[in-house]
Unconditional design. Structure first.
Length: 365
């Protein structure tokens, strides 16, 4: 197993995947945000044609490729060309079983491992050697990784979502601050993963029953990530790379319309600290919003929804406090950027050739 994966190289592979999918997040996210801005109080106002509708649909469809692309290029970094197509497929599987971008990262690593195992242990006669990279490895990597995603990962996710739903139901009859805080924290915890989707489904069910204060919590919490990280960058600029600062220039405008995916490239580089800081801010903001009983007439929209709050000013105060908490916490706990980090960012900005990737030595500890 010494030629399969090097744990020390793992971060490099993940960063390579991130470097490829940043343009997708920015391009699709901003396109979707412009279309959403043209919709006004509801996306339904766009109808089924016209510039606003086309922009929104284009961006929305593009955002659906986020997890598959991340998964594909992590796999590509680990296993070169034979891993690319299986990576896209397994990324789409991750998307459909509600694992979010974390599931995409896991899927990409899984595909990379399977591909490298195939390269090492499968040997074909020279006459059909070319089929190894074109047919045998892509097929086996797709089939094996797909089976593992469904058999090993999907079950625990379904169980987790059921447990979280029951947990939220039990909280609804207790402290409003804790209830709102937990909802807010769940909305930002895993960037579209099972925890976020559980909170969304729970909140939407309450909204359908006419209980709309939980929806306000979700709207505010979903905007805290980009604003909070931007505040952290202002407070501690030496703790963010040049690439992260550039990413924020697109992530903040996207955040105005409740599109938080723009900060995923930053979160993926320092997952534990960024998630912890975002959860802290969202918990405080969600708790305050729930205690104040602020309700929303709209399901989403970011700042577009604020005029439809029972108290727009309270919504802005909650957003400001939550973002400030996230910014301060992240500025305190994030590590300083080193020259090596900046050098690594520059190298990732260059297009990797297939030859470069084939020369990566991969071994297991």
């Amino acid at each position: 197993m010494n030629d399969i994966i090097n744990i020390k190289e793992l971060k490099q592979h993940i960063l390579t995947g991130i470097s490829y999918f940043i343009p997708l997040v920015v391009g699709a996210g901003l396109t979707m945000a412009i279309g959403r801005a043209m919709a006004g109080s509801s996306v339904a106002n766009l109808g089924d044609s016209g510039i606003g509708y086309w922009l929104y649909q284009t961006g929305s469809l593009g955002m659906q490729l986020m997890v598959p692309m991340l998964c594909a290029y992590i796999a590509f970094s680990m296993g070169s060309k034979p891993a690319l197509a299986p990576g896209f497929i397994i990324g789409w599987v991750a998307q459909n079983i509600n694992t979010g971008f974390i599931g995409g990262m896991v899927g990409g690593i899984l595909v990379g491992i399977v591909v490298n195992l195939c390269k090492k242990y499968i040997h074909l006669p020279k006459v059909i050697e070319s089929l190894k990279g074109m047919l045998v490895i892509p097929f086996l990597a797709t089939a094996i990784s797909g089976l593992l995603m469904y058999a090993v990962i999907q079950g625990p996710i379904i169980w987790l979502m059921a447990q979280l739903t029951g947990f939220l139901q039990s909280l609804s009859s207790g402290s409003k601050f804790i209830y709102g805080g937990v909802l807010g924290a769940m909305a930002t915890f895993d960037f579209g993963g099972p925890v976020n989707k559980t909170a969304t489904a729970f909140v939407n069910a309450l909204y359908a029953e006419g209980i709309r204060d939980a929806k306000t919590v979700q709207i505010i919490a979903s905007m805290i990530q980009p604003f909070g990280i931007a505040i952290a960058c202002l407070l501690a600029r030496n703790k963010f790379t040049r690439a992260e600062k550039e990413t924020l220039k697109a992530a903040v405008p996207m955040g105005c319309f409740m599109i938080s995916e723009g900060v995923i490239p930053i979160a993926a580089r320092d997952l534990a600290r960024v998630v912890f800081a975002c959860v802290c801010g969202s918990f405080v903001a969600g708790g305050l919003s729930m205690v104040w009983g602020n309700s929303s007439e709209l399901l989403n929209g970011g700042f577009i929804a604020f005029p439809f709050f029972t108290s727009p000013m309270q919504g802005l105060i909650c957003l400001a406090i939550g973002s400030a908490v996230t910014g301060i916490v992240l500025a305190l706990i994030k590590k300083k950027v080193t020259d090596e980090d900046e050098k690594q960012e520059v190298e990732l900005g260059k297009e990797l050739s297939d030859e470069d990737l084939d020369n990566i030595e991969i071994e297991i500890m």
